[in-house]
Write a protein that binds this ligand. Sequence first.
Ligand SMILES: Cc1ncc(COP(=O)(O)O)c(C=O)c1O
Length: 390
Amino acid sequence: MKRNTEVIHAQQTLDPVTGSHVSPLYQTSTYILPNYDEAVRLNQNIDQGFVYSRFGNPTVDEFEKKIAHLEKAEAALGTGSGLGAISTAVMSLVKAGDHIIFGDVIYGCSFALFTKILPNFGVDYTIVDTTDVNAVREAIKTNTTVIYVETPANPVLKITDIEAIAGIKQDHPNIHLVVDSTFASPYLQNPLVHGADLVVHSATKYLNGHGTVTAGVIAGSKKLIDRCRMPFMQCFGAVLDPFAAWTIMQGMKTLGVRMERHCENAIKVAEYLEKHPMVEKVYYPGLGNHPSHETAKKQMKGFGGMMSFNIKGGLESAKTVLNNVQIFSLATSLGNVDSLIQHSPSMSHFDMTEEEREAVEIYDGQVRLSVGIEDVEDLIADLDQALGKL
Ligand SMILES: Cc1ncc(COP(=O)(O)O)c(C=O)c1O
């Protein structure tokens, strides 16, 4: 199957009872077990089957199989949010005394997980520019067990060469590479193919596409995913609700057409912004002057719908634009069919200090766009009138 057929048909479960065309929603927390002996075998994982929805649910299972298929993974695990996926994946790979390397541009709450939570459990970290493979190599310690990369990275769209970083693992077999591929979606990028061990997504974003649920997913080898499920998901409990899984699967039917339109619109918006006299810099990997344009071209099938730009006049100018857009909504998520705008320094990345932000070009006068699938002329006209207020 080709990509657009795949996103619609892959791993679709047919309902043998009613023939329902759309997969049924199993909105249940528990399952009636046939008898004592079988109940014990199912509960103790000796036999495969559904026991309790924190351990597995048929609707969530269908979603997981679909993601595994699209990510070219052996298995996947749905989670209650993107952070549920990131924390479960990373916690399953570290123990007290270990060391993590992570990229200097990542989503603010992921940054907080590594800098504020994991150190309390004895997990040390080093922050590195992961576009510099030598810098990553040099940061490796004898106790490094995880390299964590977000690509494209939120909010300044840094692109890390996944294959190059995965290459480091040849000399360090204890290290696992975890990639947050939320900005790309499985339609535009498959990190496992480039050598990552686990890929994580906030399914709240492009996978769902309509801003109706919070959800996440981890995909990788059966061995690593089994470990994420038991005991980590079993005990941390960041489970994906069946209704959310079902809702995402409806959204995923249009993932291909949505992603293609996001990409088409975003490049036009980026080119418009680049020429605007009040715009200092545009961060979009589809632009030829983006420092990792070639890497993006190599590992992605399109450049996505996310971008940031710096506005002359700093925070006051950013506020003017944020307060005057009419089609873009001022909202802190991304990946929806409709366009969103936000202020990264004070919203998605408020967990970083001003120095930490400025070191990676997250400036006060910067806004981030999630370019939707509306008519691009309307999006450009909206930005034009908002920038015109400056
Ligand atoms: C790149 C990236 N990863 C993960 C997350 C967290 O996802 P969630 O809000 O679903 O927990 C976000 C949220 O914005 C994000 O931008």
